[in-house]
Design a protein around this ligand. Structure first.
Ligand code: GLN
Length: 454
C-alpha cells in the first residue's frame, strides 16, 4: 500500500509507470501474506517490483512503449517475470521505456518522456533518466518500487542506472530466458535487474535467471547464489583498465571518477593492469548495423493482422502500410530503414557481414585479456551525467544520442556480463556510474567488485 500510494503521488510528474496494477498488486500481496503465515515464503516473498513494459505479463498492459501494440494483452507470461512471481514477488505495474527499447533517453516512448527524479543543484531543468529502461531506473531511484526488471541490448540497463544513481546488471547472454520479452535485436537482448544497491541486484538476478526450453539460447548452467559473493575480498583480483576507453574530449569529471574507481579497487587489494581492446572504436558503428538489422526483421511481425493497432486500408498492402506508418514512431522507423538497407542485396556483404566480422574481433579482444588472467574490466558507464529532456543537440543529430552507448555496446557485442554501479556525483550533484565487465557467466565477480565501489 505504501508503494502504491507513493506511485499515485509521484507518477503523474515522473511518468515512470505506464500502468499501475493496483488490484493485481493487492491480490498478489494477500497471497504472499498467506504463504508467509504458512511458513512457505519464497526468496522474494512480498517484494514489490516494477516491470519494464517489454516483458509480456498475462492479461496486463504490454505495449513496449509503442502505439502499434495498442491494447495488446498477452495470454502468456514472460519466463523472467514468471520466475519472479514463483519466488513470491508482487507486481506494482508496467514501466515506461523507449519504443521497442530503441533509445538512450526514454524520449522515444509513445507514452511520453520519463523524468529523472534527480536535478542538478539550483536548476529546475528536467533531466532524462536514460534509456531504454528509463521507467525502471526512475521508479527505483524515486522509491516507487523495491526493484525493477529491465533489458539491455546496447546499454539500456547500465546507462539509465548510471544516470539515476542505481545499480544495473546486464548478465551474460543466455543467463535469462528471452521468452516473452518483446524482441529488439535477438542476438544482443538480455534481461536484468535495476536495483537500489548491489545486494538487491544480486538477489533479483538470482530469481530472474534460468534455463528455459522456450528459449534455446538460454544456457543450462547452475545459477549461483550471487549474494554470497558480496563482501568477499578482492585481494589478488586482476582488474583491467582499457586504454581505448580514454576518449578524446572525455569530461574531466568522468576521467576523475574512473581514477577514483581504480584507486578504490587497488586499496581493496586488487591488482590493476593496463590492457588494450584494440577494436573498441568499431563497436558503436558495428552495433548500429547489427541491432537495426535484427530489429527490422523482428518488427516485421507488426502488420496490423496479429496484434494491436490496425488502420483501415483499401487492400491488405495499404492496411500494412497505414498501420506501420501510424503505429511506429520516428526512431523505430529510422531503425527499420537502416536495418532493411544493410540487409538488402548488394549491401549485405558490405555492411551486415562486415559488422558481424567486426563483432568477432571485438569478442576476441576480450577473450585475449581474459586469457591473460584479467578477472574484470573497469570503465566509466557513460560519457556524461544525465542530460536535459529535449536536448537540442541530440534531437538534431541522432548520432550524438547513439554516442551515449560508447562504453556499453561492446559488452552486448561480445555477450559478456556488465554491471553499472553508482560511484559519486558530478559538480552539479548528479550521479555518475562506473562499469565492470566480466568473463562469461562470472557475474559473481561483478557483484563482488561492484560492492567495493558502491
Ligand atoms: N541505446 C541503444 C539503442 O538505442 C541501446 C538500447 C538498448 O540497450 N535497448 O539501440
Amino acid at each position: 500500500e505504501a508503494y502504491l500510494e507513493a506511485i499515485d503521488a509521484a507518477n503523474p510528474a515522473l511518468n515512470a509507470y505506464v500502468a499501475v496494477t493496483h488490484d493485481k498488486a493487492r491480490a498478489m500481496a494477500a497471497a504472499s501474506d498467506a504463504r508467509l503465515a504458512a511458513g512457505e515464503a519464497g526468496a522474494l516473498e512480498g517484494i514489490p517490483l516494477g516491470i519494464k513494459d517489454l516483458f509480456a505479463t498475462e492479461g496486463v498492459h504490454t505495449q513496449a512503449g509503442s502505439h502499434i501494440l495498442d491494447s495488446f494483452l498477452p495470454r502468456y507470461e514472460s519466463t523472467v517475470t514468471a520466475n519472479l512471481w514463483a519466488d513470491g514477488a508482487v507486481m506494482l505495474g508496467k514501466l515506461n521505456m523507449d519504443e521497442f527499447a530503441m533509445g538512450s533517453s526514454n524520449e522515444t516512448s509513445y507514452y511520453g518522456p520519463v523524468k529523472n527524479p534527480w536535478r542538478a543543484k539550483g536548476s529546475n531543468l528536467d533531466l532524462v533518466p536514460g534509456g531504454s529502461s528509463g521507467g525502471s531506473a526512475s521508479a527505483v531511484a524515486a522509491f516507487l518500487c523495491a526493484g525493477a526488471t529491465a533489458t539491455d541490448t546496447g546499454g539500456s540497463i547500465r546507462q539509465p542506472a548510471a544516470f539515476t544513481g542505481t545499480v544495473g546488471i546486464k548478465p551474460t547472454y543466455g543467463r535469462c530466458s528471452r521468452w516473452g520479452t518483446v524482441a529488439f535485436a535477438s542476438s544482443l537482448d538480455q534481461a536484468g535487474p535495476i536495483a537500489r544497491d548491489v545486494r538487491d541486484a544480486a538477489i533479483l538476478l538470482k530469481s530472474m535467471a534460468s534455463v528455459d526450453d522456450k528459449d534455446t539460447t538460454s544456457v543450462d548452467r547452475p545459477v549461483p547464489d550471487y549474494e554470497a559473493a558480496l563482501g568477499k575480498s578482492v585481494k589478488g583480483m586482476k582488474i583491467g583498465v582499457p586504454k581505448e576507453y580514454r576518449l578524446d574530449g572525455m569530461p574531466e569529471e568522468i576521467e576523475a571518477l574512473w581514477q577514483k574507481g581504480i584507486d578504490w579497487m587497488r586499496d581493496a587489494g586488487a591488482e590493476i593492469v593496463d590492457i588494450s581492446l584494440p577494436h573498441t572504436k568499431y563497436a558503436l558503428p558495428a552495433y548500429y548495423i547489427v541491432a537495426p538489422a535484427e530489429a527490422s526483421s523482428n518488427l516485421a511481425r507488426y502488420d496490423g493482422v496479429r496484434y494491436g493497432l490496425r488502420e483501415a486500408g483499401a487492400d491488405i498492402t495499404a492496411m500494412y502500410e497505414k498501420t506501420r506508418a501510424a503505429g511506429f514512431g520516428r526512431e523505430v522507423k529510422r531503425r527499420v530503414m537502416i536495418g532493411t538497407y544493410v540487409l538488402s542485396a548488394g549491401y549485405y556483404d558490405a555492411y551486415y557481414v562486415r559488422a558481424q566480422k567486426v563483432r568477432t574481433l571485438i569478442k576476441r579482444d576480450f577473450e585475449t585479456v581474459f586469457a591473460d588472467g584479467v578477472d574484470a574490466i573497469l570503465t566509466p558507464a557513460t560519457p556524461s551525467a544525465a542530460f536535459g529532456i529535449a536536448d537540442q543537440d541530440m534531437a538534431a543529430d541522432p548520432v550524438k544520442m547513439y554516442l551515449n552507448d560508447i562504453f556499453t555496446v561492446t559488452v552486448n557485442m561480445a555477450g559478456l556480463p556488465g554491471i553499472a554501479v553508482p560511484a559519486g556525483l558530478d559538480k552539479s550533484g548528479l550521479p555518475l556510474g562506473l562499469q565492470l565487465i566480466g568473463r562469461p557467466f562470472e557475474e559473481e565477480t561483478l557483484f563482488q567488485a561492484g560492492h567495493v565501489i558502491e
